[in-house]
Ligand binder design. Sequence first.
Ligand code: DQQ
Length: 497
Amino acid sequence: MNQLLARRKTCEGVTDYIAQAREGVLDAPMRQHYHFMPEVGWMNDPNGLIWFRGRYHLFFQYNPFDAFWGMMHWGHAVSDDLMHWEYLPPALIPDQPCDDHPKGGCFSGSAIEHDGKLYLVYTGTTNEGDGFKQTQCVAWSEDGVRFEKYAGNPVLTAPAGYDPANFRDPRVFAHDGVFYMVVGAKKSERAQALLYRSEDLLQWEFVNVLAESRGELGYMWECPDFFPLGDEGLYVLMFSPMGLGERKTVYLVGEMDFKTGRFSHHISGETDWGFDCYAPQSFLDGKGRRLLIGWANAWDWMPWWKDWGPTYKEGWCGAMTLPREVVMLPDHTLAFRPVQEVESLRDLPLVDGCDLLLKGGEARAVGCGAAAELDFTLDLAHTRASAVLLRLRVGNGRAVEVAFDLANAELRADRNNADGWSRGTCRAPLPMKGRETMEVRVFLDMDSIEIFADGGRVCQSLNVFAPAEQDGIEIEARGGEASVRDLRLWSLRRSIH
Ligand code: DQQ
């Protein structure tokens, strides 16, 4: 191995490379203003989210050397408020026989505190010529910055009968003084989540198949997450399924039996209905909130996928969704709401609580914003329109059209004429029954739009790569009048470069 390559296998070498490469990237025009993204290079899944010693730690799948996926590292950043992030040196470098393949590396995983140290549990992916092999590995840190890999890695290999190329994304948690790990696995072309237990995070014993697909939930579950929620003793299993068509971030709510290691669910829902939210991971923060962050993009094997967007031209690719608070509703379905901290980015309001009564066919410009928040309430009791259309990033004869299709109880975001790059229409059912009003919050950033409808019951995230000056916002009633109440618009300040 030449000297340059050897240096790229060290944390110092990678950090030096990033320090040089970032200069040309940080002020590039397509950079997001308040969504987390890598300094340089490629980023995908959020990993190891944890509240540790009073700060938020975000790790992520990272390829610093290219704006495309490959040779996975774990990038690392910390924050006090979830909005402003400080980049730290990469936490994991692919440098061990079990995790150093160019098409493998240190794959996704999770974090946990034990004995005052910060432990990372991740998937090592390698290929020694006989196919990809995925195993679970451990690393830890005394200071939360520099990590040391366990010399005894891997700590877990795929059980007999399971596909060793599909055994990944360990999710560790503690329950009644015991550590548990949930791992995504594939057996006989069906997805499973396997449950293991341990006293020390190093020696693991198989407990049971926590949950499985009988075909109806895909052939592999990536990035499983498992956590208690609400005050009725219920658990949530969330995963990103492969082989399930348009469904790509699924949650199940049900009961966990720790005696048998089996989870049974009675609710199934979608974490996000948009094109661009994948591999979400949750954690509990110091305020007792269950927070969730997803990777705001998608994979080439998804039915509607086109590409990862044009930001590779600027030397980077990938952003996270806004951090969202996960809430269990009385019917045991989940709502996902942007964390309150995002309100700290609001500038003086551009529109401050305006009520609009739109005639059928009437379109109204409500303001401008490329990095902005737009909130309003649809007053359904006084709306006869069959649809209310919201046009975002309007300009240059282009726009993203978001339709609140009241007649068909559907939310649609159409980006076919958005930017000359993106395409596709994503859809979500809108719960209309018994609704007199519907609250809507929309977050726009330079390359993304996130829509939270009906108090976060329905979320849609999608990427749009329009130029900054394409920033108009319009609203229109179709097929009758529409009453829109308390419309508010803010520019959001930049919190990240
Ligand atoms: N991304 C990681 C895997 C995971 C997938 C590799 C999901 O560990 O299954 O970068 O996006």
